[in-house]
Design a protein around this ligand. Structure first.
Ligand SMILES: [Zn+2]
Length: 439
């Protein structure tokens, strides 16, 4: 089966393309990209509506799908439904399930469930240590052989510097990154919010930005020592970005990601419009203005490699408790594209091409998976964007099983029009009229 996407703007930075070109899909793969491709017999022509943009499928390298073990929050099936509704053709899922993904049995279970769901690709991430307990390295060779694309103890840091060193050394033979959730456990202590004016005013125990920054700085040094591939998860503090910048200047293999909530919200969201809203409790916490500005500067100047959502579903009952007792985290898959368009692209912080690098090209490169390109021969994993469609976020309408988001009611310009995986349209946005042609 052949489909010709005609009349859209294509933004494919990996191949230096930004213009009005056609895309021919054949048997689930990109067959040709070029100006005014001829309509051959047997080709279904899809007229791309005015203003829509075709980009390589978006990849979220940091999501929590909760299955196995916490299916009341999310399942792999509901998680990938949320992913495609957010424009993502692939996600990498964190290992802090129950049981944790520290052996091939769990990795294979996740991959089987993902294959059954037939939506976004799911790339499992294994643990660094057995049981994510931070004591003994997991069987990383087994995890790699089973299909894990990276290792992390996310949810917890790898606090022991020697274990981090060994992990960075050992993963070199698999060309696989070690992702760290950076927070010094002693400095974090039992903090629940960013240490600063808001936490003090609200009577909440604080977590200084430096709890993150000291571990990022340590890990950059260890990456330099070992030559391993090091990736910083959900970076939030200005001290962290300084450490990453210095590491990159010394050609150390360090990459990093920032979540949309860390470039859109400060800790003032803990006080208004709703005081102690547990949907503003995440880890790392929402930080102060100077940190948000540092994230935005890093996104603009290339220091930040990826935008990743840290999609962390929690059941409403779990979040409807005192701020101190609520679990950390918010859902993010379906709000990422509107937030990135509205707050970064439309405000002139980054170009659309840079947005595609942050959400597709670079994540694919970091986890060593295909994608991030519309080159002929590659899988037809495509996201169609509607940069000028204004949407209002309604958490009740999210495909995710959980609705824990601080962005309910936000009106934002720019969204996903459609998501195509292996040439098959798996999602069209009913709010974008022109998307109906893509069904
Ligand atoms: Zn984390």
């Amino acid at each position: 089966m052949k489909r010709l996407l005609k009349g859209g703007r294509v933004v494919d930075p990996a191949n230096g393309i930004d213009g009005m070109v056609d895309v021919l899909i054949e048997d689930g793969r990109i067959a040709k990209v070029g100006r005014d491709l001829p309509v051959e017999p047997g080709v279904a022509v899809v007229e791309i509506g005015r203003g829509l943009v075709i980009v390589p499928g978006l990849i979220d390298m940091h999501v929590h799908l909760r299955e196995p073990g916490q299916e009341h929050k999310e399942t792999i099936a509901t998680g990938v439904a949320s992913a495609v509704a957010g424009g993502f053709t692939a996600v990498a899922c964190m290992p802090n399930t129950s049981p944790v993904n520290d052996h091939a049995g769990v990795t294979e279970f996740i991959m089987r469930k993902a294959a059954d769901a037939k939506l976004a690709h799911v790339y499992p991430i294994g643990t660094v240590t057995r049981g994510s307990k931070g004591e003994h390295l997991a069987d990383i060779a087994e995890l790699h052989a089973a299909g894990c694309v990276a290792i992390t103890d996310d949810g917890h840091p790898v606090a022991n510097a020697l274990i981090m060193r060994r992990a960075l050394e050992y993963t070199r033979m698999f060309d696989m990154p070690v992702i760290n959730h950076c927070e010094d456990p002693d400095l974090k202590a039992d903090g629940v919010a960013h240490e600063g004016f808001q936490a003090a005013a609200l009577g909440l125990r604080g977590i200084p930005g430096e709890a993150e920054g000291v571990m990022v700085a340590r890990d950059v040094l260890l990456a330099g020592l070992t030559g391993g591939l090091y990736h910083v998860a959900h970076m939030s503090a200005r001290s962290s970005i300084r450490a990453v910048r210095e590491g990159k200047a010394q050609n150390i293999a360090v990459t990093c990601e920032v979540a949309p909530h860390h470039f859109t919200l400060t800790d003032e969201a803990l006080a208004s419009p709703i005081k102690y809203d547990t949907n503003t409790k995440m880890n790392p916490p929402l930080r102060e203005q100077a940190d948000v500005e540092a994230m935005i500067a890093g996104l603009a100047d290339g220091t930040v490699d990826a935008i990743a959502t840290d999609h962390a579903p929690h059941h409403a009952d779990e979040k409807q408790v005192e701020f101190d007792r609520a679990p950390f985290g918010i859902v993010g898959l379906e709000t990422c594209v509107p937030l990135t368009f509205d707050r970064l692209v439309h405000r002139g912080v980054i170009s659309l091409s840079r947005m595609v690098e942050l959400l597709s090209v670079n994540p694919a490169r970091i986890i060593r998976r295909p994608g991030g390109t519309l080159a002929p021969g590659s899988a037809a994993d495509i996201t169609v964007l509607a940069p000028d469609t204004t949407v209002t976020i309604r958490t009740a309408n999210l495909r995710s099983k959980s609705k824990n988001s601080p962005f309910d009611g936000w009106t934002l310009r720019g969204t996903t029009a459609a998501t195509i995986i292996g040439g098959r349209t798996v999602y069209t946005n009913p709010e974008v009229a022109a998307a109906s042609a893509l069904v």
